[in-house]
Design a protein around this ligand. Sequence first.
Ligand code: NAD
Length: 286
Amino acid sequence: KGKRAFIAGVADDNGYGWAIAKSLAAAGAEILVGTWVPALNIFESSLRRGKFDESRVLPDGSLMEITKVYPLDAVFDSPEDVPEDIKSNKRYAGSSNWTVKEVAECVKQDFGSIDILVHSLANGPEVTKPLLETSRNGYLAALSASSYSYISLLKHFVPIINPGGSSLSLTYIASERIIPGYGGGMSSAKAALESDTRVLAFEAGRKHKIRVNTISAGPLRSRAAKAIGFIDMMIDYSSANAPLQKELSAEEVGNAAAFLASPLASAITGAVIYVDNGLNAMGVGV
Ligand code: NAD
């Protein structure tokens, strides 16, 4: 029987989440996505109006179908956590059931279970500030949106992930090496995400037979990356210095995600898998 995937963090066709959805769809999975509430309207209307049709094309010529788009804000676990200003915000008031707990409940009601959970989201309000100039609130917001959001998603989805299932997030090498410009506590958030990948692999593996991995991806010109401001420099640096001198495509990360989610990777868990043209292996620039 075909597998069902829930991919959190898809709001356009430029990011890793979209590419992962495509690779999973090409491998026969049914696709559900979670879209950040403020981005929901434009994403859904663009989908409806055919704006993404070109990028929906799968290798066999068919178009990727997204069975359902769920509004999601992964910094809120349940309705009690949502402050008044967000509740009454126009962009939020039009949607409902978008806290992590509610989304998991809705997916359960609609489909019963899933096999694959993907976390492809991050946010750091002070990402352009050096760590030394980052405020406590900015740092905690980065960790909340980019690290705890994964714990929360896995915690709420675990009861509906079939045994043998697989869960995956996206990380960046700034967690372990100095990448000036990746600020605001985002480097710290990725370090937490990678450490949590190991601990969660143990807990979800022992208790639920679910695998937990993270892909350390090379630079991609996504919407989020453009907001950081140094993405073109990072792409140039990689082409100049990585063992493989080609631009990294989102599809290459999507394909690695499909492999990790598949039975071909049945003994891989708790791992940080580099999909970066090998840049992580270099000790110096050349
Ligand atoms: P993207 O803009 O396509 O994806 C980020 C998504 O997160 C967006 O859709 C945004 O709407 C969503 N989001 C932000 N806050 C949210 C919240 N509170 N609740 C729900 N959704 C929220 O950009 P991307 O670069 O493809 O990012 C996907 C993942 O890949 C992130 O974890 C990112 O750190 C990681 N990554 C990116 C690169 C890169 O160079 N682009 C490199 C390594 C890792």
